[in-house]
Design a protein. Structure first.
Length: 704
């Protein structure tokens, strides 16, 4: 098998360009994952590069897993020697090897957002910071943002500002508490390796010399800290191969810095720029519409996606009366498409929306119509209460210094260890300078805690810890759930909810068996690094509901984009900020280019917001698509064609045919406002478009 076989000229150029910095501007559906994989295989097989001298970084575990499998197809077992994973997994791997130089243990606990929030609240209490004045989630966001910028507490610029000084003290205490508990958060998985490499030049030299080639996927999504880490590691050989697309940079809110890709040539002198513009995913009609939207952005690399795929059907745009008609219409179209094409399954169809709150109406109508659905990016399996409780038990067994996990489950199920007892144990631990777990064990030993269930809890944890290496992980979890009385408490509750939680616990045991982990630490580490997209199962035959942010990297035969209204998409927060507005437009572009065969765009003339009906015109993104590239429906057309009763008396809708006394017959192409004050853009038969105010225009609607 020839490694380069089947690549188009651009892909082949990207896969084989030798030496120095390379930026591949890869349009949506242009085969970038294949290019990355083939390039690694080419380096190993054709150029003789040792696999362990290649570092390849992806943004999700699923992407890394897929790349590893594809790579094995080309180079066999050598694929296992390539450093391949997410930024966080690579950072953790470095820390597990070298972290002792910073006092980081080889098996640290990884705290997620919920753990971070609990720790922040504890630190706030210790520093007497009011949660009413400073919301904990806001402070969590500030800490995460600081780490995205590679700012540790000692680096944080307070600038003599009392509020910033208060935050810096909180941040320092938070970081100190993490260290005491042998814990790291996600930001640490990037910042601490940077700190390590800068503090110990011999370690930096070893990694720089070792990594001859560094390949980074989704480069537009890197934050400043990740950018610094990459530049440190690539500084010796400068063989950095970055793949990305500025038009798909949609994660500014979580730290992504589009400058990293737009200024690549500035950072790496003499860089080679390669564009991948052939799309293998979507029809020509879908790409034409998406290209029209994104070309309105300023901050981008100019490119134009094209495809040899068939023409396909133009995207359909519907203006519905409200969010309920929108949901019913979308579900009606889903069933209609399935009838027209028996090979189309629910798993091939996705409904995208801008905000999580929009999912409720779709969920309600899916349940009413008995349509199977799953939400990606909602409450994840590993975030459910019973799973978090079980994980806390396992984390405590793996690391008794983890006081957050201890406090979560020390009284779950109830064993008479309440808030007062926990506070007293914390006071003793602080006074004696020992972990909270040790203070509890001392209380058991001296008889302060003497109830059988209290002493039994700590005896169980100690016994499991002693026999950990000789016990399977499934047996460890089962023993915890059974001997602590956790499962028995749910069984005795006897409710549907309790039964559902028991089912989730059984599924958790299955997850342990499926993980392939050889140690408790390895299993916990794997779970800590799971993301929303990693939990998406394409084999489950359900209609997929997700925010557009969660849809990145996925594709579906049929895509419905809901809520395309000004103030919702683009979001109201972006309307007066050009950079934010451009990100919203990129988000729309990402949504449109997830579709393989059919694309539907929906908006609602009115939508409930905080219990009140609000009216909004269709999104500017729809209006940026030339009318000849869309099939436009609205109002009565939208409802009667689909058998849905109209509930609005608003007579004017996009797509409606009208007659003007002077200009003749035309079609409404855009609408601003409602009622007599509405402004309509009407395109007449001579091709001319006029903007008309309803109360002065004397328009007559034409019944279709």
């Amino acid at each position: 098998m020839h490694i380069l076989e089947g690549l188009n000229p651009g892909q082949k150029d990207a896969a084989t360009t030798e030496g120095g910095p390379v930026l591949v501007v890869a349009g949506a559906g242009s085969g970038k994952t294949r290019v990355l994989t083939v390039r690694i295989a080419h380096l190993v097989e054709n150029l003789g590069v040792l696999p362990e001298r290649i570092l390849a970084v992806t943004f999700t575990n699923k992407a890394a897993e897929q790349m590893r499998k594809r790579l094995a197809h080309y180079i066999g077992r050598d694929s296992e020697r390539v450093w391949l994973g997410t930024f966080h997994s690579v950072g953790l791997k470095i820390l597990k090897r070298e972290g002792y130089l910073l006092g980081i243990p080889p098996e640290p606990v990884i705290y997620d957002n919920e753990d971070q929030l609990k720790l922040i609240k504890e630190c706030m209490e210790e520093l007497n910071i009011s949660e009413r004045v400073f919301p904990p989630r806001r402070l969590l966001s500030m800490i995460n943002h600081a780490k995205n910028e590679n700012l540790l507490p000692q680096d944080y610029p307070t600038e003599g500002n009392p509020i910033k000084e208060l935050f810096a003290r909180l941040y320092a205490l938070y970081q100190e508490r993490l260290g005491h508990m042998h814990a790291l958060d996600f930001g640490d998985l990037i910042c601490q390796p940077i700190r390590l490499l800068k503090k110990h030049p011999h370690i930096l030299k070893a990694y720089r010399e070792g990594f001859l080639h560094i390949l980074i996927d989704e480069y537009q999504d890197t934050n400043r800290a990740q950018h610094i880490l990459v530049n440190l590691l690539a500084g010796r050989w400068q063989n950095i191969f970055a793949v990305g697309d500025p038009d798909q940079s949609i994660y500014t809110w979580r730290g992504a810095d589009i400058r990293n890709i737009l200024e690549f040539e500035k950072d790496w002198q003499g860089a080679t720029i390669i564009r991948l513009e052939q799309n293998y995913r979507s029809t020509r009609c879908i790409l034409a519409a998406a290209n029209e939207v994104i070309r309105n952005n300023r901050r981008r690399y100019e490119k134009n996606l094209w495809t040899e795929n068939n023409e396909g059907s133009p995207p359909l745009f519907f203006e519905c009366e409200d969010e309920h008609q929108e949901a019913k219409s979308i579900l009606h179209w889903t069933e209609r498409l399935k009838e027209e094409d028996p090979s189309l399954a629910y798993r091939d169809v996705a409904i995208f929306y801008r905000t999580n709150a929009q999912s409720r109406v779709f969920e309600e109508w899916c349940m009413r119509k008995n349509i199977p659905y799953r939400i990606v990016g909602g409450v994840r399996f590993y975030e459910r209460r019973e799973i978090k409780d079980t994980m806390a038990y396992l984390r405590l067994i793996a690391n008794p210094r983890d006081s957050l996990s201890l406090k979560r489950i020390v009284n779950v199920p109830s064993r008479g260890i309440g808030v007062v007892t926990i506070k007293e144990m914390e006071r003793r631990a602080k006074k004696e300078g020992v972990p909270l777990y040790d203070a509890f064990r001392e209380a058991v030993a001296n008889g302060t805690l003497k109830r059988a269930d209290q002493t039994g809890f700590f005896q169980l944890i100690e016994d499991i810890r002693k026999n950990l290496e000789s016990t399977s992980l499934q047996d460890v979890a089962l023993r915890v759930l059974e001997e602590t009385g956790y499962m028995r408490a749910l069984e005795e509750e006897g409710t549907e909810e309790a039964f559902s939680r028991l089912e989730n616990l059984h599924e958790f045991i299955s997850a342990i068996a499926d993980s392939g982990a050889t140690s408790l630490a390895e299993f916990l580490e794997g779970i800590s690094l799971v993301s929303d997209v990693d939990t998406y199962n394409p084999d489950e035959d359900s209609l997929t509901l997700m925010t557009i942010h969660s849809a990145k990297g996925l594709e579906f035969d049929v895509v419905f984009i809901a809520g395309l209204e000004e103030g919702l998409f683009p979001h109201a927060n972006s309307l007066n900020d050009e950079d934010r507005l451009e990100e919203e437009r990129r988000l729309c572009y990402v949504a449109m280019t997830r579709a393989r065969k059919r694309l539907f765009l929906f908006c609602a003339s009115r939508r409930r917001h905080f219990g009140e009906s609000r009216y909004a015109p269709p999104s500017r993104f729809v209006q940026e698509i030339p009318p000849h590239l869309l099939d436009i429906y609205g109002g009565k057309e939208c409802t009667e064609k689909q058998g849905v009763a109209s509930v609005s008396k608003e007579p004017w809708h996009i797509g409606m045919k009208v007659v003007h006394p002077s200009f003749g017959v035309g079609i409404i192409r855009a609408k601003e406002g409602m009622g007599e004050d509405a402004k309509l853009t009407v395109r007449f038969r001579n091709g001319e478009a006029k903007k008309l105010v309803v109360k002065y225009a004397n328009l007559i609607p034409v019944q279709l």
